[in-house]
Design a binder for this molecule. Structure first.
Ligand code: GLU
Length: 504
């Protein structure tokens, strides 16, 4: 008895493309619910759309789910008591179940051709009727059916929708009722022998003893047909929870137009999986009592509740995702961030493919210095331009810099700094501090007037990381054999003064 009441949920993606945020959220909510209730999480691959389904998408889907940290107890890759978990491997079950439904007179053969159906549709529209299937083949004489079947005429199988209204309860949307007139007798098996989604999903959910169907609300309008199928099969209807649509900031359905939408996109940008999971959890769900926004997966499992899912659409807020990503970047062990960041630098031509220990150590410190300031790790090479890219002419031409450099004390500060650095290499951070103190006394400049010009000279901007971390990185970097030479303090000062001389 205990095992019968066990909660069983499933995530049932169609391998027709990349895993996008909407489906990933569905996968996450199923997982959270299963793990919270000590239930079973099933992964089922819905690949009955043979033309659009591809094995490579299934592989990617599985990789993406794993990357997010989700797992499942039954599925095509792990097996389970209700295997197979790929619908294309279950066709026999769908065929024999459809035969059973026909025999029990819950379903019937339909010989209408596409042209017949289109003609009926047009006529219904012209007569201001709902363009649903007329039920023409519902009451064909059994002898005629047999004759036409024997003669090899193509026939689909349709479910008889009951006369009474179809009702079900949705945990998110409450009681839902559809008048049976608005639901036409749906095809469950096409005339080419391929079963239809609304049918296979019910056969599988029933067979796999799914207790809660948690999925996107684009399936809400399919649910009455599915409920009718449970009735026809004489099987208990599971609980439903339909998750709201995800919209872009313009309140249009989230799509590629809004930028990244697939899990792979976010991974490729250097968004951490825990940030994405945390963000997805908050899309349409909020913890009780809640202003809190950061949750580890463990905390989510504890707090999650289907009852707190909101029926209204969720708006995808990239800023909030970035905020969470920054939070998790700072929380993460540095070595992990180094490893994720490295390919971005290699791709940008700033690091060798296989950096030696010395370069790796230096690179780690570069990342430690810059990572707290990025929204996503792909921004790091650009941030690292202060190290790799030294362009005094551009620094001088920048209007914001020009304002700083026009300061009355700037000239003397720059000149004195250049004189004190001279040919020194490497400049120790302590020596740098001394120099700045000397400059303060000698030129009378202090604070911004002192530090900003020097920073512009060294990195092309008046804001940036602290000098005592930056200076050693410049000096050590300049000694390393990197694809892009990192200029030392001395080289920078000389380059900047030369460019400044040329301008005046
Ligand atoms: N395969 C369907 C989809 O990807 C999901 C079906 C369901 O969850 O019932 O939209």
């Amino acid at each position: 008895m205990a095992s019968e009441s066990k909660i069983r949920v499933r995530f049932a993606p169609s391998p027709t493309g990349q895993l996008h945020v909407g489906n990933a959220r569905t996968a996450l909510f199923n997982w959270l619910f299963a793990r919270q209730k000590g239930g079973v999480n099933v992964l089922r691959i819905e690949d009955t759309d043979l033309e659009r389904s591809e094995a490579r998408y299934e592989t990617q889907l599985i990789d993406d789910l794993k990357w997010l940290g989700l797992d499942w107890d039954e599925g095509p890759d792990v097996g389970g008591s209700y295997a197979p978990y790929r619908q294309s491997d279950r066709l026999e079950i769908y065929r024999s179940t459809a035969d059973r439904l026909v025999q029990a007179q819950k379903a019937y053969y339909c010989f209408c051709t596409l042209e017949d159906l289109e003609r009926d549709r047009q006529q219904a529209l012209a007569e201001n009727r709902q363009p649903i299937y007329s039920g023409k083949c519902r009451n064909l004489d059994p002898a005629e059916v047999q004759r036409r079947r024997h003669a090899g005429e193509a026939a689909a199988i349709r479910l008889k929708i009951p006369e009474h209204p179809i009702k079900f309860h949705d945990i998110v949307h409450g009681d839902v009722q559809f008048a049976s007139e608005s639901v036409s007798d749906p095809i469950i098996m096409r005339s080419n022998g391929v079963p239809v989604y609304n049918y296979v999903v019910v056969v599988d959910d029933a067979e796999m003893k799914i207790t809660h169907v948690i999925r996107g609300d684009d399936h809400l309008s399919n649910t009455p047909k599915q409920v009718a199928l449970y009735e026809a099969l004489g099987l208990p209807v599971p609980e439903f929870a339909h998750l709201s649509t995800i919209l872009g900031p313009d309140r249009e359905r989230l799509s590629k137009r809004h930028g990244a939408t697939s899990i792979a996109n976010f991974r490729d940008m250097g968004v951490l999986p825990e940030a994405l999971v945390n963000y997805l959890a908050l899309l349409g769900w909020a913890p009780s009592g809640g202003a809190r926004e950061t949750f580890t997966p463990k905390e989510l499992i504890k707090e999650f509740s289907l009852k707190r899912i909101t029926p209204s659409p969720a708006i995808f807020d990239m800023e909030k995702l970035h905020w969470l990503n920054r939070h998790y970047i700072k929380q993460s062990p540095p070595e992990r961030i180094h490893a994720i960041a490295q390919p971005f630098f290699t791709k940008a031509g700033l690091l060798p493919e296989n950096p030696d220990a010395e370069i790796a150590q230096w690179f780690g410190r570069v990342v430690d210095l810059l990572a707290p300031y990025v929204d996503k790790l792909e921004q790091l090479p650009q941030r690292a331009a202060i190290l790799f890219h030294f362009d005094p002419a551009a620094a001088l031409a920048n209007p914001e810099n020009a304002e700083v450099l026009a300061g009355e004390k700037t000239g003397p500060v720059l000149q004195a700094f250049a004189a004190k650095i001279g040919n020194q290499f490497p400049v120790a951070p302590e020596r740098f501090k001394e120099i700045m103190n000397e400059l303060k006394t000698e030129t009378g400049a202090k604070g911004k007037d002192l530090f900003h010009p020097v920073r512009i000279m060294l990195i092309g901007s008046h804001s940036g990381p602290e000098f005592d971390k930056l200076i050693p990185l410049l000096e050590e970097g300049s000694r390393l054999n990197l694809p892009e030479h990192v200029k030392s303090v001395r080289e920078r000062v000389a380059g900047f003064m030369a460019a400044r001389g040329q301008r005046s």
